[in-house]
Design a protein. Structure first.
Length: 139
């Protein structure tokens, strides 16, 4: 049975670091991960019968922009029936009109289905560049 939890004090940060690593978001130090989630505007964890299977957090100015970070779901749980409700749950708690999500190119189609659009970015002195891993979701 799946459940969402918000309390960062109840998280096993070694387990959270493993979820993030197995979801191909890189290795993160558990203590630093705990600090990052604790200092975020909102944190969300996905559990399957007590087992941590997903993480996500939002950093925000609470007026204009929010950024979704560390959005990770264990590979064996990365189906639309599980991951999509997780994304929708985190979006319910974002109150800003602009939402940015940085993700890997292999998840682009999934996030498009969740209402995100690929951003175009501009670099100083260069033409506009297409970026495969930054998405925006406008409320």
């Amino acid at each position: 049975m799946f459940s969402f939890k918000h309390d960062v004090d109840l998280v096993d940060w070694e387990e959270a670091a493993l979820v993030i690593e197995l979801a191909s978001l890189g290795r993160k130090n558990p203590e630093e991960l705990s600090a990052a989630f604790s200092n975020s505007s909102f944190s969300l964890f996905l559990y399957d019968s007590g087992k941590l299977v997903g993480t996500g957090r939002v950093i925000s100015d609470n007026v204009f922009q929010s950024v979704i970070c560390d959005m990770a779901v264990l590979p064996e749980y990365q189906s639309p029936n599980i991951a999509e409700p997780f994304v929708k749950e985190i979006l319910k708690h974002v109150k800003t009109p602009g939402i940015i999500l940085v993700t890997s190119p292999y998840t682009m189609e999934f996030y498009k289905k969740c209402g995100f659009n690929r951003l175009m970015i501009a670099a100083a002195g260069a033409n506009q560049l297409e970026c495969n891993s930054i998405f925006a979701h406008l409320i």
